[in-house]
Design a protein around this ligand. Structure first.
Ligand code: SF4
Ligand code: SF4
Length: 357
């Protein structure tokens, strides 16, 4: 009976590749780089992005800067770009953003400016009583990071005690009616526990589940943190488990990673507006450029200034048979070639997602 019901639910589920669009942009706003944890795959690179914590006046000024994006496009502005906060999702990040004593004021300012959605990505420690300083009407989602269904696996990646803390944080947030999502960063260390997440997520009251692939950035590019999941394990595990979890009415999103032969490669930076802002003023359009001084813009005196060549923009237009140029440069071992030297598959833009709902 249960199986029949599940099959019916699966039949009515929709899986779609989320198309890039300038009508829905994302502002990934790192308001500080400080964090209380030291995860093995952390992508924060203090050599590149400093140790500053932005003061609240600067945060407000930078939110204003991205609430009207007309200055980013100049006379070449695409007509589909509507240039205001109403088309932009803000994601407050760190480090750990709740370590910022004025995060609640930043959230309220983003709300006042009318951003399309407001989200906080957290490791679950919820510092400075953030749950008491904002209401569930102020933000769309708290996104909690968990990297294992069991305490042993999660804590081996994110640090001792982090599993208990994130569980406690989710329960408190759900009790206060905040919508909660979860981010699970898949690696060779934890992909085997992904299917155990099905029950855990339901029991916790999580509404959206984001599966990420371990990045090509920060510590995960170093020998000891590099546990990138193989193509075989990814394809064997992720789509199937995502579908099962979505069968419970939870929206599940995961990166496409490998393009099929009939799918067209697109670089998000050419066709969408995504901005990754760091407290030292660097603004990137591609997240996997963040380990290098290749940022497209710099914020100086609260003004957004295009950087000189060579920067990441010079890479976005390059067409190579392997797909993403940055992947080929940083992680060529992800690629494989046939006997005549042609790539066996293309690597999708890391921003390209599949969504099942
Ligand atoms: S919680 Fe996030 S910012 Fe902090 S160490 Fe872990 S990955 Fe890095
Ligand atoms: S990940 Fe690759 S395809 Fe995506 S924005 Fe960066 S360079 Fe472009």
């Amino acid at each position: 009976m249960i199986r029949i019901l599940q099959n019916n639910v699966w039949d009515s589920m929709q899986k779609q590749t989320v198309a890039f669009s300038k009508e829905s942009s994302n502002l990934f706003f790192h308001i500080l780089t400080k964090c209380n944890l030291s995860c093995t795959h952390c992508y924060i690179n203090k050599d590149q992005h400093g140790v500053d914590t932005l003061d609240i006046d600067t945060i407000k000024a930078w939110l204003k800067l991205f609430s009207n994006r007309s200055h980013l496009h100049g006379s070449n502005r695409d007509k589909t770009c509507l240039d205001n906060a109403g088309q932009t999702n803000v994601i407050f990040l760190g480090g750990e953003p709740t370590l910022h004593p004025d995060l609640h004021l930043a959230v309220k300012e983003a709300k006042r400016l009318g951003f399309k959605s407001i989200n906080i990505d957290t490791n679950g420690y919820l510092f400075h009583n953030i749950l008491d300083k904002i209401s569930c009407d102020d933000i769309d989602y708290f996104s909690f990071s968990l990297d294992g269904a069991t305490q042993a696996t999660n804590d081996s990646i994110r640090g001792e005690g982090s599993y208990d803390k994130v569980m406690e944080g989710i329960k408190k947030a759900v009790a206060k009616n905040f919508s909660c999502s979860m981010i699970y960063t898949v690696s060779e260390k934890n992909f085997h526990e992904l299917e155990l997440m099905e029950d855990l997520i339901q029991n916790l009251g999580i509404k959206r589940f984001f599966i990420q692939v371990i990045g090509l950035r920060g510590k995960s590019t170093e020998g000891k943190g590099n546990f990138q999941i193989s193509k075989e394990n990814w394809l064997k595990t992720i789509p199937k488990t995502a579908k099962k979890i979505a069968g419970h009415g939870i929206v599940v999103t995961y990166p496409k990673v490998f393009l099929k032969s009939d799918e067209t490669f697109q670089c998000a930076a050419n066709v969408a507006d995504n901005f990754f802002v760091f407290p030292n003023g660097r603004v990137y359009q591609c997240p996997i450029c963040e380990d290098f001084p290749l940022h497209s813009f710099e914020i100086k005196g609260n003004k957004l200034i295009p950087t000189q060549k060579i920067n990441e923009k010079d890479l976005f237009d390059l067409t190579i048979p392997e797909g993403c140029v940055m992947n080929k440069m940083i992680q060529p071992q992800n690629l494989s070639y046939n006997k005549v030297g042609e790539p066996e598959y293309q690597i999708a833009c890391c921003m390209l997602k599949e969504e099942i709902s």
